[in-house]
Design a protein around this ligand. Sequence first.
Ligand SMILES: Nc1nc2c(ncn2[C@@H]2O[C@H](COP(=O)(O)OP(=O)(O)OP(=O)(O)O)[C@@H](O)[C@H]2O)c(=O)[nH]1
Ligand SMILES: [Mg+2]
Length: 332
Amino acid sequence: MNVFLTEKFFGINDLNNTIVKSKFLENIEMIYGQLVIGPPGSGKTAYCHAMSEFLRGLGRKVAIINLDPANDVLPYEASVNISHLITVENVMQHIKLGPNGGLIYCMEFLEKRVDWLIDELQKFKDCYLLFDCPGQVELYTHHQSVQKIVSVLVKSGFTLAAVHLVDSHYCCDPSKFVSVLLTSLSTMLQMEMPHINVLSKADLVEKHGKLHFNLDFYTDVLDLQELISILSDDPFLVRYKKLNKAVVELIENYSLVSFLLLSIKSKECMSRVLQAADKANGYVFGINEENRNIQNLLSCAMSADFEDAKIADIREKYMETENVQGYTSQGR
Ligand SMILES: Nc1nc2c(ncn2[C@@H]2O[C@H](COP(=O)(O)OP(=O)(O)OP(=O)(O)O)[C@@H](O)[C@H]2O)c(=O)[nH]1
Ligand SMILES: [Mg+2]
């Protein structure tokens, strides 16, 4: 049942996060999960669905938590669904907000009713949690609600890693790739939690044109100076040369951003993203059935994957462009 009531009716202004924290801190148990975030259409919902099936195949109990109040048709069965608390549609109708404002209102509402979320999550203590989040970028770059909700969850014993999905088609355009790097960096800094960046829909990476560089240029993000020369070739962007240089230097100085490739169609990709997430949220170090096998634990902890394997299967299965050594530009 969809419930919509105003803040006044709920008296949610009286709710104090401190009460929520002390209530749940009494009985801390580690519950692991992934907070799946990213821009609209980057594949969050499809990833949650695919990852839940992948995990069930490994024998893990999984619960998907839909935190997107605009998600009306879901491909999976949500164990907890924000639409039982509030929906964008109701907010738009009753408070007369547009879709964007309505969504922000819903997340602020959830922040104040985080006790509802934690109560619901208590029913899935034995599950690995996948949180399917909304796609508004400002929720992760400067708005505070999601970050505050996560911080209450963490204090209540939930051990989460952010899995930040960005559509890999942005790799085709150097200026878009720079903006992806900036968004990813500011999301990492704002969310203040273990974080992995993922280039999603990697099976479609060449759909919008050939890449200027090898795939590892985009995944490793080690040498961005090459991007500046490409950007300077663009007559429209040439006047922003200094700005681009400063932005690229800023990203390089932090040395935080790198990406994994993901196609939900590829088991190898799903496995690599899961390994990285398990390491980031600490699942791999917890006491669970999978980790009783010491070899599993060690190979996961050491990430026993060869560097090239991280891109080889995508290149072989889904790309026409042949590999060239290093970061040699192919488009010039
Ligand atoms: N080819 C391909 N398509 C994908 C992949 N992942 C997601 N998609 C498709 O991308 C489209 C958008 O995916 P969604 O899961 O709805 O994206 P989202 O991030 O949840 O979107 P919002 O909730 O609107 O922010 C859907 O048509 C998916 O089927 C992938 O790995 N490969
Ligand atoms: Mg979605």
